[in-house]
Structures are given as C-alpha cells and as structure tokens.
Ligand binder design. Structure first.
Ligand code: AMP
Length: 403
C-alpha cells in the first residue's frame, strides 16, 4: 500500500512535527559529517516554504547519564542547519514543558524550531527509557504539539520509539495525518523496488566483517538475485564451508553449517573470491602479498585479490540493479582498500543500472573513495536498510498513514 507523502498534506498555517535523523558524529561541539542534516533539508524546506511551522525532533547518540547530555545536545545541529538553510533555526534546550510550548506558540508560518535530543527522555524518570522504549504518554505529549506529523527519519525506521511510532499512533488516534517526508519516500522507493521489483540482472554484493549480520539479507535475496557476490571478512566462513584453507582470516565457526546450507540453496548464484591480499598481521605496516584461493596458516585475508576483482566485475557488467552492503576488505587501511575501491568504481560506471548502497561502512567507503556522486542511491540508514533488505516490516514505515 502506498504511503501518504508530505506533498499530499495541507501544511499551510499548520504546526508540522517532523521526525528527522540528525544522529550525526559530534565531538566537542563540532559536527564531523553533516550528510544526514543535508539529506533532511528538502522536506524541511518544502514545509517551511509552503507556510507550515516546522517543529523538528531527532535523537542523537545514546544517553546513559547526565554527563552524556553535554556531548549529545542538538544545539550544534541547530546552528549547522541554520547555516545550511540560510534561515534562523530556533533551538529549544528541552523537549517537554513550558519553554518548548511557549516557543511553539510564538512560531510564525515558515519558522523552524529544533527541540532538544529526544533521548534526553531515556533517563531521570519513572518509566525508564521513555523515548527508546516508546512510552505511549510521551508519544501522546509530542503529538499534542502539532497538527501534522511527517516522518523523514529512515535511519530509525527499524525501531519503534516514542518519536516515530509513538507520535504516529497518537496522531492517528486523533485523526491527524502521518506522512512520509521526501527522504523517507526516496528510501522506500529505491530499496523497495530493489527488493520487490528489481530490473534483472539483479546483483547483490555483500561484504564486511560478519556473516551473522547479513544472514537475513542473503536468505531474502537468494531467490530474487541473479548473483550474490560475497567479499570481505564474511567470505572466509563460506570459503571454509567449501573446504578451503583460510589461515587466520575472520571465521565464524558457529555459522559454518549455515554457510554450507546457503551455498547449497543458492546453487551457483553465490560468487566468492578466488584470490586474496594477505598479511600476517591486521596492520597497514604488515608486508602483504597476493595468494590463491587457499590461504597459508599464518596469514589472514584482508582484501579480495586481482582475479576476484575481475570475476566480480564480470558479474556486474550487465547488471541493471545492484545493491551493495559491506566493504570487500579492511578498506580503512590503504593496502587493503583496492577491492572495495574497484567495486565502487565499477558501480559508478555502470550504464543504465540502478545502483544502491546500504548505509554504514559501504556508504562511508563510497564517499571516501570519491564515487558517491555516481551512485543512484546511498541509503542514510545502515541498520534500517539491512532490515529492509531482509524483507522485514519496519515499524517506523508501517506507522505512516496509507494514502
Ligand atoms: P561491517 O560493519 O560488517 O560492514 O564490517 C565492516 C568492517 O569489516 C570494516 O571495518 C572492515 O575493516 C572489516 N573487514 C572487511 N573485510 C575484512 C577482512 N577481510 N578482515 C578483517 N576485517 C575486514
């Protein structure tokens, strides 16, 4: 069922509560990467320019004690958003109570307000984690502050928190609209089309450290994909399952039987590395060399080798849909970044293909490697995009009104 989108709703003169994902890296008040703030701007701008009062909510990090509050205030984000938009953003250093309510009352059409980190509600109260455990009273309180709720926080859509599911539930009970923002709409469109309706050939590329993180994705995408390319640390459990020697490489013994089962189920759809860049230590200073498919006892595989790159690229060349999640090696170390770089470059060059990168490390890799601009869609949600690719219903999306 298609979801209600912000442009379907009348926002003029309305108080528009908007859940965004401003969970950005901040150290000493300085924002390390403002991608998520930039990604939220189209929806904020749309509502503001169409005469709505924009009341923003977001979480930032995890609050375990009062000390965390100093580092995890959203004040620097309000400043950054104001700079990026060239417009005043009022910051309210609380998210419940008189000061917030008066600031909202004072808003004029088009104004933008950001309230304090929603997770400040996770301590110092009788309920416990009011935000993260979705205290219904908190959702009701926030819902009472607005006429419309727009959820644009895909990054938290896999969690049922008071600031997404709680507000949605209370708004719907009060017959007020709950709509997706443009970022949420884009994420649902690209990831949804890839999972439900991919143009073939459809190639899934998985990497990163652990098989256990990606089992659900492999299982869901085996029947839908034409090829599932597996690189990175997770490839070694599969190679071991095929009887290859993997030396000191990453290995999940408790996933060995599952790897065997998945290899059997997937037939020749699963494509594994045929050579490796190996070293004796997990260090960029270690001597490294290229090995064949088997790895000597005292070495570990830290990147895919040149023949594997060639093999993987050959499977990608005629792809029309590609989903990539997880690096091909320990790409943070320059000596072991080539596999990830070459896959990123290949995706960037594919003609007439929809290329999608799940969030997290592969999104960071695409950016570091300068290929991000050539990718059709880079998801803003690591955990959320993985769960979407697993075919799960995400509570934050499910709770948006249907059209
Ligand atoms: P993930 O968070 O599961 O996507 O894993 C990303 C991490 O996996 C990165 O920090 C990589 O350095 C690491 N990684 C990828 N391939 C390997 C490998 N062959 N050996 C050790 N670590 C790896």
């Amino acid at each position: 069922m298609a979801k209600l989108i912000v442009s379907d709703v009348d926002v003029k003169d309305k108080k528009v509560l908007m859940r965004v994902d401003f969970n950005v890296p901040i150290k000493g008040g300085v924002i390390g990467n403002d991608n998520r703030i930039v990604a939220a701007i189209p929806t904020i701008k749309y509502v503001s320019e169409n005469g709505g009062k924009v009341i923003l909510l977001s979480h930032l990090g995890r609050i375990k004690s009062d000390d965390d509050k100093k580092e995890l205030t959203l004040a620097p984000v309000a400043k950054k958003l104001s700079e990026l938009m060239g417009k005043e953003v009022v910051f309210v250093p609380e998210n419940e109570g008189k000061e917030l309510e008066s600031a909202i009352d004072a808003m004029k059409d088009g104004d933008i307000l950001l309230m304090e980190n929603t997770r400040f509600q996770d301590i110092d109260n009788d309920f416990g984690k009011r935000e993260s455990k979705n205290d219904p009273k908190l959702g009701e309180y926030w819902a009472s502050l607005g006429d419309v709720f727009v959820n644009d926080a895909f990054g938290t859509a896999h969690r049922a928190h008071a600031s997404n599911v709680g507000i949605s539930t209370a708004m719907k009970a009060a017959n007020k609209p709950v709509a997706a923002g443009y970022l949420m709409e884009k994420e649902i469109k690209f990831l949804g089309d890839a999972v439900d309706n991919p143009v073939h050939p459809f190639v899934t590329i998985l990497g990163g450290a652990k098989v256990s993180d990606k089992i659900g994705v492999i299982e869901n995408l085996i029947p839908k994909s034409d090829h599932i390319i597996i690189g990175g640390g997770m490839a070694y459990t599969f190679l071991a399952a095929q009887g290859h020697k993997i030396g000191k490489s990453l290995f999940e013994e408790d996933k060995l039987d599952l790897a065997k089962e998945l290899l059997q189920k997937a037939g020749d759809k699963i494509v594994l590395p045929v050579d490796h860049v190996i070293a004796k230590e997990f260090s960029n200073d270690a001597d490294f060399e290229v090995s064949g498919i088997d790895i000597p006892d005292d070495y570990m595989g830290l990147d895919i080798g040149p023949k594997s790159i060639e093999l993987f690229v050959s499977k990608l060349n005629d792809a029309k849909t590609v989903v990539w999640n997880g690096p091909m090696g320990a790409f943070e170390m320059s000596n072991f970044a080539k596999g990830t770089l070459e896959i990123g470059k290949t995706l960037g060059k594919l003609q007439g293909a929809t290329t999608i990168i799940g969030g997290g490390d592969s999104a960071a890799a695409a950016q570091d490697l300068g290929v991000a601009d050539q990718i059709t869609h880079i998801s803003t949600g690591g955990g959320a995009s993985l769960e979407y690719l697993e075919g799960k219903v995400l509570p934050g999306i499910d709770s948006i009104s249907d059209k």
